[in-house]
Design a protein around this ligand. Structure first.
Ligand SMILES: Nc1nc2c(ncn2[C@@H]2O[C@H](COP(=O)(O)OP(=O)(O)OP(=O)(O)O)[C@@H](O)[C@H]2O)c(=O)[nH]1
Ligand SMILES: [Mg+2]
Length: 440
């Protein structure tokens, strides 16, 4: 089943806790802190796989969780890192956060991205030994990471796409020029999901997409609507497939009307859907010419369409194969031409959504971000990822750990920064689960 949208819930692994442990050396009875570090949590990775062509699997499974890191062990042994979890999606899948912002765009086979990073492991007590603190009785807790919902959206990756009214012969054409075997029938809307076919030219190949037919007012949802056009946004060239018999399905009426008019309606619907799709290079294929005995009429039609569009028109029969060789070669050359044009490969398709942000681990690393402060009555809530993380990894029930935290915050000159931001001495400050009074 072809499904091109899915919503899934992901959770990277939590970091493992650091351990509090002591080692007593046999002879001297010396006590040494020896608690190991917790392992890091596994990442959630999403990877494109060309063998997949639907998001159907995400109907059944929507929760994905990577392994947590293991706790630190005695004798300075560190806990094992949690294993990463790789989720495979079809090539051409775009990943968006729940607000619809694009996090990643996996457009090539095997492209992958870390979509959620595992928590870092807590340090064991062995790390906190110092001159003054010879027997640290505390360790850090592993970092807990949050789950999140993300949206997957598939856009098929094809080099050329067949666009036309229902019954024009698109599926017949793709089945003739490739090994694709979509359903073909003598009624409109036979095709209800897109399919891809690989076309061979000499030793090279290119990919063609067959999508459901579109009709007048498709942009208003008439027929199957225009939503399938998203799958051809990234194709390099379009083939406008026209029914040589000029049969057009206009809402409820089925009648023979001018083929040039049907071409115009097609272009109009594409334009209403997306400007960049409208501007894409295309050729015209007038199909079913085996049914038309009057070749003069066909030639006149071809000329008229070419004049009107400024593009090449081909007279073909998807059934007999007439004209298909030339059509394929022209497509092949156009695709090559497109690929040799610098820079164009990265056009995203949707003009409305410019600036694709490729998710990058670096951007999620905790930097020295701005500290935001929210006032709630007499209390000030400090919002800063790095500080919140330090607090979250501290065992707040442990006096010594608290002391260590206090020193750390002092070293980071947090008190001074808070005062600069207008918090007065004696006020209550909240960072995560930690509440304290701002003192000198
Ligand atoms: N005589 C003749 N019939 C054709 C030709 N191409 C397609 N047909 C017939 O036209 C009808 C529609 O063909 P399809 O390939 O299903 O048309 P389609 O464009 O995929 O239609 P939708 O999937 O509904 O959008 C079928 O009965 C085909 O056999 C052709 O070149 N010559
Ligand atoms: Mg079809």
């Amino acid at each position: 089943m072809f499904i091109d949208e899915a919503k899934i819930n992901i959770k990277a692994g939590d970091g493992g806790n650091g351990l509090v442990s002591f080692f007593y050396s046999k002879g001297s009875r010396k006590k040494i802190a020896s608690g190991g570090n917790g392992g890091g949590g596994g990442n959630i990775i999403i990877q494109a796989a060309s063998r997949l062509n639907t998001l159907y699997g995400f109907r059944k499974k929507i929760h994905f969780k990577a392994q947590n890191g293991c706790s630190g062990m005695s004798n300075n042994k560190n806990g094992r890192d949690g294993e990463d979890l790789t989720i495979q999606v079809p090539t051409g899948t775009i990943i968006k956060d729940k607000r619809g912002e694009i996090l990643a765009d996996l457009r090539k086979d095997a492209d992958k991205t870390i979509i959620a990073m595992g928590g870092i492991g807590g340090r064991g007590n062995a790390n906190f030994t110092s001159q003054k603190r010879r027997f640290p009785s505390f360790a850090e807790k592993g970092e807990k990471v949050e789950e999140m919902w993300i949206n997957l959206e598939l856009r098929l990756i094809a080099d050329a796409a067949l666009v036309g009214f229902p019954n024009a012969g698109k599926s017949t054409l793709i089945s003739k020029i490739s090994a694709a075997r979509p359903k073909i029938a003598d009624y409109p809307f036979t095709t209800i999901v897109p399919s891809l076919g690989v076309v061979s030219v000499d030793d090279e190949t290119f990919i063609v997409a067959d999508i459901p037919g579109i009709i007048k007012d498709a942009h208003r949802g008439t027929g199957l609507g225009d939503k399938f056009l998203r799958h051809i946004l990234r194709s390099k060239v379009l083939v406008m497939v026209l029914d040589g018999q000029a049969v057009i399905i206009d809402k409820n009426t089925i009648g023979y009307i001018d083929i040039v008019r049907s071409f115009e309606i097609l272009r109009e619907e594409i334009k209403l859907y997306d400007r960049s799709l409208y501007k894409k290079d295309f050729i015209i294929a007038i199909n079913k010419i085996d049914l038309i005995s009057d070749r003069q009429v066909l030639q006149a039609l071809k000329k008229k369409l070419e004049r009107k569009s400024g593009k090449k028109a081909f007279l073909i029969s998807a059934v007999t194969g007439e004209g298909l060789n030339e059509l394929i070669w022209t497509l092949y050359k156009k695709i090559e031409e497109y690929e040799s044009k610098p820079g164009d490969e990265d056009t995203y398709g949707f003009e409305k959504q410019q600036g694709v942000k490729i998710y990058n681990i670096e951007t999620t690393r905790l930097k020295n971000e701005r500290i935001d402060i929210e006032r709630m009555g007499d209390e000030y809530i400090v919002k800063n990822k790095k500080l919140e993380r330090i607090v979250a990894m501290t065992d707040l029930d442990n006096e010594e750990a608290l002391e260590y935290l206090k020193n750390r915050l002092k070293k980071m000159e947090i008190g001074d920064r808070l005062k600069k931001l207008g918090i007065k001495e004696g006020s209550s400050v909240i960072i995560g689960d930690l509440v304290f009074e701002l003192k000198e």
